[in-house]
Design a protein around this ligand. Structure first.
Ligand code: ADP
Length: 594
């Protein structure tokens, strides 16, 4: 349906609704969006603060661990030297006559005092090989000098650079934080490395339990991954690898910031930072919808406000449309009545707006129309009764006089009077017929045989035909039942009379009836003067013809033909005679359905 086709009151209501709902909705959506942005940015900031705090906490925890392991190393060193200065004798480390190689007595003794682990390495061929370890080995403390070397890093830092060094190592599936320092003989030469270590687990556990206690939102949590994507700390994914997730890749690459991604179907906002010492990406995540309660409030109030505005809009729209459409409807009704010929109407709207002015203008138009219609009725009446009577009397007396007269000259004059009187009668009759036909809405349709009617018409015109020595070729056979009113006779007599009138003497007229599906097409073909293309339409329109001028003839015959055929639901027209000069007038009349 096109916009123009929608009823005025619907358009107005829709307009009012749009006006009332649109701004509120837009404003609401804007507020919603702003609030969401605000919540997101607050959350981001909070998450950032949290991960930084957590990083400090982790750092402090590991510092404590390092301090402890350093202390352990000091104590171990004191313990070792309190037994004597270590030395190399026969390729073995000896302390006060006591062989350290493959002997865990000393290290176990020390660990019994300080906990953790203690190990001793001996320098050999530019490496440091473990010769004693407090942790029980599966193969029962046998340290052959071909395995268990300290890492190159440890060797370099401790033996070559003569430093104390802290590093991690994994022993029997357990991570230890170890402190290393050189063991020197009596000539201050580095002959080995003393190592004291503590298991990392308690510190990691401490971090974990601290992380667990801090929940962001209702279900948020901390997690830690390393650069390889390995999950170090997580409520349920520990040990897995998440490198194939885009968010993990981004976090590893950027090392610090915020990221939003979907985790298990929920929007998650994460703040993360990097703890270089351990190669940890520390992340704190929250599920955003848990923070959107204010947003939901906005949404709910928005819905209520929109509904309220929609209601107000509708009420206003209905009121507004009434003030416009009611008078318009009234005008429409009046116009419809007038078009049906009822001039007894008046539009009551007296408002001062444009619609009121329009009503006023319409009212005066209706008054004018009523007056002209009355005038027309008066003229039609005069035409029918007052004019026809005296003219018929003139005709009668001229007939009487013609019969009485012998004088040739007077007879000619009388014949002219008679001919023109006939013309006048004809014109008066046609005019009153046309006015009558114009007000007729429905005809009295019945089954009529077109052939018999036309035969009758031809019969009536026989004297005129004889006078002009013309022939009618009536090419029909059988019956042509049509759904028609007796008025139809006027159509045929007008067509035949024109054909005679506008054709030369001794010419022929052909009348045919063709089957045209649901209609009969009746054609009257003459060999007369023909009709120019420009006039083919005009000759059927009495008033247009009068306006245009140029077409001769003042008659109403074809206008009557057209009106009668229209009332029958058919069509009328004219085309050139294909057999040479002249015209073919045609009309269609609906067949009678048995
Ligand atoms: P009238 O014949 O009385 O003038 P009509 O309405 O019957 O009025 O015809 C209108 C005009 O159409 C005629 O004046 C004439 O110019 C033209 N006309 C009608 N029938 C024919 C015809 N058969 N051949 C040529 N012209 C015609």
């Amino acid at each position: 349906m096109k916009l123009q086709d929608i009823r005025l009151n619907r358009k107005l209501i829709a307009f009012a609704l749009i006006l009332s709902i649109l701004p509120v909705s837009l404003l609401g959506l804007y507020a919603y969006d702003q609030t969401q942005n605000y919540i997101d940015s607050e959350l981001k900031e909070k998450l950032q603060d949290q991960v930084k705090l957590e990083k400090d906490y982790i750092n402090a925890t590991f510092s404590t661990a390092r301090e402890k392991v350093s202390n352990n190393l000091n104590t171990s060193s004191d313990e070792l030297y309190s037994r004597g200065i270590p030395d190399i004798v026969d390729n073995k480390m000896v302390v006060n006559g006591y062989v350290v190689n493959n002997n865990s007595d000393i290290v176990v003794d020390i660990t019994n005092q300080i906990g953790g682990r203690v190990a001793i390495f001996k320098v050999k061929n530019n490496r440091a090989v473990k010769i004693s370890e407090s942790i029980e080995q599966n193969d029962n403390k046998n340290y052959t000098e071909t395995e268990n070397f300290a890492s190159d890093k440890v060797y370099r830092e401790v033996v070559i650079k003569d430093n104390t060094y802290i590093d991690r190592s994994k022993i029997q599936d357990q991570w230890y934080l170890n402190a290393y320092r050189p063991i020197k003989d009596s000539s201050d030469k580095t002959i080995g490395i003393l190592c004291a270590g503590i298991p990392e687990k308690p510190f990691i556990n401490k971090i974990k339990s601290q992380m667990k206690d801090i929940v962001i939102g209702e279900t948020g949590y901390y997690y830690v991954i390393n650069s390889d994507g390995k999950v170090i700390i997580h409520p349920n994914l520990e040990g897995e690898n998440v490198l194939n997730y885009d968010f993990a890749k981004e976090m590893i690459a950027k090392k610090e910031g915020n990221i939003k991604y979907i985790w298990k179907g929920r929007d998650k906002l994460v703040g993360y930072t990097y703890y270089e010492q351990r190669d940890w990406v520390i992340a704190s995540g929250a599920f955003v919808e848990e923070f959107y309660a204010p947003l939901h409030n906005i949404r709910d109030s928005l819905t209520i406000v929109v509904i309220a505005f929609a209601l107000m809009g509708s009420i206003f729209g209905i009121w507004f449309s009434r003030t416009i459409t009611k008078p318009v409807d009234e005008m429409l009704e009046a116009a419809n009545k007038v078009s049906e010929g009822d001039f007894d109407v008046e539009i009551k709207n007296t408002s001062k707006d444009e619609i009121g002015q329009l009503s006023k203008a319409l009212n005066s138009m209706i008054t004018n129309l009523r007056d002209s219609n009355n005038l027309k009725d008066l003229f039609t009446d005069i035409l029918r009764h007052d004019l026809l009577n005296p003219v018929t009397i003139i005709k009668g007396y001229s007939d009487v006089l013609l019969k009485m007269e012998d004088d040739e000259k007077k007879i000619k004059t009388l014949e002219t009077i008679k001919r023109n009187t006939n013309k006048l009668i004809n014109m008066i009759e046609n005019a009153s017929k046309l006015t009558k036909l114009n007000t007729v809405e429905e005809l009295d349709f019945k089954r009529l045989d077109i052939k018999s009617i036309f035969e009758e018409v031809i019969n009536n015109y026989q004297p005129t035909l004889d006078e002009k020595q013309m022939d009618v070729d009536f090419r029909v056979e059988g019956e042509y039942p049509a759904r028609a009113d007796p008025f139809i006779e006027d159509v045929f007599s007008n067509l035949l009379s024109n054909a005679i009138k506008y054709s030369p003497e001794k010419s022929k007229i052909i009348i045919e009836i063709h089957d045209a599906d649901k209609f009969w097409e009746i054609t009257v073909t003459d060999f007369g003067e023909g009709i120019a293309d420009d006039n083919k339409q005009l000759i059927f329109e009495r008033f247009k013809r009068a306006e245009k001028g140029g077409v001769k003839g003042s008659g109403l015959g074809l206008a009557i033909v057209k009106r009668i055929i229209e009332l029958h639901g058919g069509e009328a027209g004219v085309r050139d005679n294909p057999q040479g000069k002249g015209s073919v007038f045609w009309v269609t009349v609906e067949k009678y359905q048995e």
